[in-house]
Design a protein around this ligand. Sequence first.
Ligand code: GDP
Ligand code: ZN
Length: 293
Amino acid sequence: MIEGIILKGIGSFYDIAVGNEVVRCRARGRFRRLGITPMVGDRVLILPETATREGSIEEVLPRKNELVRPPVANIDYLAVVIAVKNPEPDFLLADKLMAAAAMKGIQPLLVINKTDLDDEGLVEDVKEAYKSANYPVYAVSGKYGEGIEELSRGLSEGITTLAGQSGVGKSSIINSLHPDCSLEVGSISQRIKRGKHTTRHVELLSLPYGGRIVDTPGFSAMELDGLEPEELMEYYPEFAVHSDHCRFKGCIHYREPGCRIREMVELGLINRGRYERYISLLEDIKENRRGLK
Ligand code: GDP
Ligand code: ZN
């Protein structure tokens, strides 16, 4: 048997990348009985087509993670996209998406799009704000191509999916990373109209320097479901190095006296916006917990 990655599903068939080739296979009937549905991104073992039988997926290897929207398994990178303007960046959503990704074992990246509209130096400010988190930050223009080459090189391994508010330019970025795919770029109202009669199937596209990208941008609302309040801080890399110095063991950097993280914020060594949004997400989680009890 040989190993491959599912690129897309077409009816009851799947296109599977095996090295540089694409092989079409059907899933074995027993998967349905076992309740297994092969997904895009799945690593699978296949028996390729022969003169007498069609190719078949024999086994779906364990998934390291899976997303619902878009339905893809084994995501390595989540590229959270914000725009310089139109729409104004929603940093709370960006931080939430990044924490939710980290929680699923997905490496978050930040992509600032529409650099052509950056008259006020926002790109530099955002880079500075995320520096201590150590998350890679890319500045691009999906429309004019600036920075796309560098982003493409940064995504040259594994599977990447894009997320972020509507209108930030996710489809434009996917198109410029992979020019022959041509996603619809345009106004939201247009897309809602079309959305009624068209269902897009999700597909993995190959990037020029290696790596793959999910063609359907997804989940503008990825949830921090199931997270306990004291776990949120684990997804803030800039907190980790200092948290041993808080007065109380188990400090969640909320209102505890002697909190080193708050001190670092006061000293300007941890970005204040990041910290304030942490508090806001933390309060949301606490609130939800109370609602459940
Ligand atoms: P999505 O909803 O995130 O997929 O966003 P789209 O890719 O559909 O883009 C939304 C709008 O932003 C479209 O009108 C694009 O032409 C525009 N846009 C995308 N990238 C850029 C860019 O780099 N600069 C500027 N000025 N506009 C862009
Ligand atoms: Zn603390």
